[in-house]
Design a protein around this ligand. Structure first.
Ligand code: F6P
Length: 375
């Protein structure tokens, strides 16, 4: 029996519309706020809501599907992480299955997912994810699953939305950290190189670098030369004060060179970036003769309470997603197109990454302030 989202003429014997939510990919501050907004907006329409544990594992691997009611989402708006759990390992549409002889085969488990939804009487899915998870959601929609996407990632690299939730919090966390580095760098007359997240795009590094008054910012969009980085720092030391702050996005790369990778991803997992701050710090010390230290902010950027901005964006996205489901506009993603939250086609939204454009106003502002990009 199919049930329409808002059928006012439903007989008492008909079951209620059942909406599922899942969270996929790396976590981001604001996930719980979206979950709460989806659950409350759906319950207010008289629907039922279930949460799928750990992406699609709840359907495929017995992780479970839980009923979400008012009590389940009480007091979670301000909490980091996701009450549903998440995973950024493995793609159910290209699943690496181990065979008894130790080899693996790649299988598409979309039929199992679609059947799992039918078996549980789930009528639609709100998939909260970044580029990878939303690409999976888009493909599942093409194979018949009624899906609405919500854009999440601290990296802010999803096209079709002005901003993703989680980004603002990550920038705030990174700015707070850079603020603290200034005093210790100044006391010791050192250069501090701090590595921030951003595999393919430099949004966090650019924004936090500007707000944290960095001297040099290295981002994947602008290949760097160490000669230029060192020149910028030496000029500053000469003019004073004699210390420096360098902010690097983990995926930045030298002109004609490769990004710094700790896991290549050749064995099926995602490529993991890392080690750039230490590499750049050693080069500054060797080439410019400036005492330098490095640190990696890492997953601190993904944790903790979402800022008020991210909470508001998250609840706007969550409630808008329920409206899109109610309208039956499946295969869409909610997106911020100020001052509105709109629905855009999922397939279009995951078509390309949103990189920092050459004509970015923030990039231009940084350059006007004398911040170097190593180019
Ligand atoms: O959420 C995206 C991201 O934050 C990237 O910037 C980073 O490279 C990646 O996640 C790391 O994720 P994990 O360590 O969870 O695999």
């Amino acid at each position: 029996m199919t049930v329409s989202p808002d059928s006012a003429d439903r007989s008492p014997f008909e079951r209620r519309f059942r909406l599922a939510i899942n969270t996929g990919g790396g976590d981001a501050p604001g996930l719980n706020a979206v979950i709460r907004a989806v659950v409350l907006s759906a319950l207010n329409r008289g629907w039922e809501v279930v949460g799928i544990r750990k992406g699609y594992d709840g359907i495929l691997d017995g992780e479970g599907v839980v009923l979400l009611d008012h009590a389940s989402v009480e007091g979670i708006t301000h909490l980091g992480g996701t009450i549903l759990g998440t995973t950024n390992r493995g793609n159910p549409l290209a699943f690496e299955r181990k065979l008894p002889d130790g080899t693996t085969e790649t299988v598409d488990r979309s039929d199992e997912i679609i059947q799992g939804f039918k078996d549980r009487n789930i009528d639609a899915l709100v998939a909260i994810g970044g580029d990878g998870s939303l690409r999976i959601a888009s493909e599942l929609h093409e194979r018949g699953l009624p899906v609405v996407g919500v854009p999440k990632t601290i990296d802010n690299d999803l096209a079709a939305t002005q901003v993703t939730f989680g980004f603002h919090t990550a920038v705030q966390t990174a700015t707070d950290a850079i603020d603290k580095l200034h005093s210790t760098a100044q006391s010791h007359e050192r250069v501090m190189v701090v590595e921030l997240m951003g595999r393919h795009t430099g949004w966090i590094a650019l924004f936090a670098g500007v707000t944290g008054s960095a001297d040099v910012i290295l981002i994947p969009e602008v290949p760097y030369r160490m000669e230029s980085v060192c020149r910028r720092l030496l000029e500053r030391y000469e003019r004073g004060p004699r210390y420096g702050i360098v902010v690097v996005a983990e995926g930045a790369r030298p002109e004609g060179g490769e990004a710094s990778v700790v896991e290549s991803g050749e064995e099926g997992g995602a490529t993991r970036y890392g080690g750039l701050a230490e590499r750049v710090a050693r080069q500054i010390q060797d080439r410019a003769g400036l005492e330098t230290r490095s640190l990696v902010l890492g997953h601190l950027q993904r944790g903790g309470q979402p800022t008020a901005y991210d909470r508001l964006l998250a609840v706007r996205f969550g409630s808008a997603a329920v409206e899109v489901v109610a309208a039956g506009d499946y295969g869409c993603m909610v997106a911020l197109d100020p001052p509105h939250v709109r629905a855009v086609p999922l397939a279009e939204a995951v078509e390309r990454l949103k990189t920092v454009p050459e004509d970015s106003d923030v990039l231009a502002t940084a350059r006007q302030l004398g911040i170097g990009f190593g180019d």
